[in-house]
Design a protein around this ligand. Structure first.
Ligand SMILES: NC(=O)C1=CN([C@@H]2O[C@H](COP(=O)(O)OP(=O)(O)OC[C@H]3O[C@@H](n4cnc5c(N)ncnc54)[C@H](OP(=O)(O)O)[C@@H]3O)[C@@H](O)[C@H]2O)C=CC1
Ligand SMILES: O=CC(=O)O
Length: 324
C-alpha cells in the first residue's frame, strides 16, 4: 500500500501526478485547526506533509502520530517547530539552491528601485506629472561603486555579492556567524562586525533566516548608527527587523529609503505606515516568485518528500540526524 500524505499547497498537474504515483494524497487548503478537524482521519494516517507558509507546531504534530517527513516549498523553515519535529524523529526537507539566483535578482531590483526611485517616479509619470524636463526632485542616488553591506553571507548573500561586485563594482562588507573565504577571494568582500557594517555601508541588505538569535536584530539602536544616506533592504524575514523602529527611522530621516520584500505581518496590513512613505518600495514577498523558480521549488519539494520517505536524506534535509 502507498503511504498517505497531506498536501497543503496547490501544485502544477504534472507534479501532483508524480506525488500520486508514490503516495495516496489528501489535498487540503491549509493547516488550520478546523481543516485538520475536518480531515481528521487523513491527518491521523499521514506519513508525509508537503506545502508552505503554514505553521507546523507541536499541536499539529499531536494530530499526526504517523508523520515521518515534512517537505516545505521554501528554503526558510521558520514556520516549523524544529525541536518538536526532532523530538518525534520527523525529517524536515527544504528547497535551497534552486531559488538562490532568482532571489538575488529580486534583491538587486529592490536596491536599484529604491535608489533610483523607480516605482515612485513611474507612478508620477502615470499621473501625468511629467510635463517638462525633470529636475532634481526626480533624481535618485547612484548604486554603482557604492559600499554594499550584506548581512547573511549564505547562498543568496554570495549570489548577491557576485552581482554587486562584477556588475556594479561595489565594494562589499559582510557579516555572518563565520567568515566566508569564497566571498573574500572571489568578490573581495571584507568581513566585519555588524555595527561596523551598518556604520560604513551605503546599502545595507539583510538575507538572514528568522531565528531566536535574529529576532529584531535590526532595531532602533542599529538604525541610529547607519548613515542618514543609507538605503536599507530586507529580503530575509520581516521579524529580523523591528518594523516600528524602521518606520521611525524612515520618518526621522535616520536612513534615506527602504526596499522591503518581507514584513513582520504578511500580507502587509493595508493600514501599515510603510505604505504612506514615498521612500519605501514594498513588495509582496516575491523573492523567488518567477514561473521557472516556483516550478523548480515545487518539483524539488516533491522529490524531497519521496527521498525522505525512502530514507534518503543526502541533500536538502534540515535535520538528517533524526534518522540515526
Ligand atoms: N524574500 C524571499 O522570497 C526569500 C527569503 N529567503 C530568506 O533568506 C534566508 C537565507 O537564505 P539562504 O541564503 O539560502 O540561507 P543560508 O543558510 O545559505 O544563509 C544564511 C546566512 O545567514 C547567516 N546567519 C544565520 N544566523 C545568523 C546570525 N544570528 N547572525 C549573523 N548571521 C547569521 C548565516 O551565517 P553563517 O554563514 O555564518 O552560518 C548564513 O551566512 C532564508 O532563510 C529565508 O528566510 C529565502 C528565499 C526567498
Ligand atoms: O521566503 C521564501 C523562502 O523560500 O524561504
Amino acid at each position: 500500500m502507498k503511504p498517505s500524505i497531506i498536501l497543503y499547497k496547490a501544485l502544477p498537474d504534472d507534479l501532483k501526478r508524480r506525488l500520486e504515483e508514490h503516495f495516496t494524497v489528501t489535498q487540503v487548503a491549509n493547516l488550520r485547526p478546523e481543516t485538520v478537524e475536518q480531515h481528521a482521519d487523513a491527518f491521523a494516517s499521514a506519513e508525509g506533509l508537503l506545502g508552505s507558509s503554514e505553521k507546523v507546531d507541536a499541536a499539529l504534530l499531536a494530530k499526526m502520530p504517523k508523520l515521518r517527513a515534512a517537505s516545505t516549498i521554501s528554503v526558510g523553515y521558520d514556520t516549523f517547530d524544529v525541536d518538536a519535529l526532532n523530538a518525534k524523529n520527523i525529517l524536515l526537507m527544504h528547497t535551497p539552491t534552486v531559488l538562490t539566483e532568482t532571489v538575488a535578482d529580486t534583491i538587486m531590483a529592490l536596491v536599484l528601485s529604491s535608489a533610483r526611485r523607480v516605482v515612485e517616479v513611474a507612478e508620477r509619470v502615470k499621473k501625468g506629472e511629467w510635463t517638462r524636463g525633470i529636475g532634481p526632485d526626480w533624481f535618485g542616488v547612484d548604486v554603482h561603486h557604492k559600499t554594499l553591506g550584506i548581512v547573511g553571507m549564505g547562498r543568496i548573500g554570495l549570489a548577491l555579492a557576485q552581482r554587486a561586485h562584477f556588475g556594479f563594482g561595489m565594494p562589499i562588507l559582510y557579516n555572518a556567524r563565520r567568515q566566508h573565504q569564497e566571498a573574500e577571494s572571489r568578490f573581495q568582500a571584507r568581513y566585519c562586525d555588524l555595527d561596523t557594517l551598518l556604520k560604513e555601508s551605503d546599502y545595507v541588505v539583510l538575507v538572514l533566516p528568522y531565528t531566536q538569535e535574529t529576532h529584531h536584530l535590526i532595531n532602533a539602536e542599529k538604525f541610529a548608527i547607519m548613515k542618514s544616506s543609507a538605503i536599507f533592504v530586507n529580503a530575509g524575514r520581516g521579524s529580523v527587523v523591528d518594523e516600528k523602529a524602521l518606520i521611525e527611522a524612515l520618518k526621522k530621516g535616520e536612513i534615506h529609503a527602504a526596499g522591503l520584500d518581507v514584513f513582520e505581518k504578511e500580507p502587509l496590513p493595508v493600514d501599515s505606515p510603510l505604505l504612506t512613505l514615498p521612500n519605501v518600495v514594498a513588495l509582496p514577498h516575491i523573492g523567488s516568485a518567477t514561473h521557472e523558480t516556483r516550478y523548480g521549488m515545487a518539483a524539488c519539494a516533491v522529490d524531497n518528500l519521496i527521498d525522505a520517505l525512502n530514507g534518503n536524506v543526502e541533500k536538502n534535509c534540515v535535520n538528517p540526524q533524526v534518522l540515526k
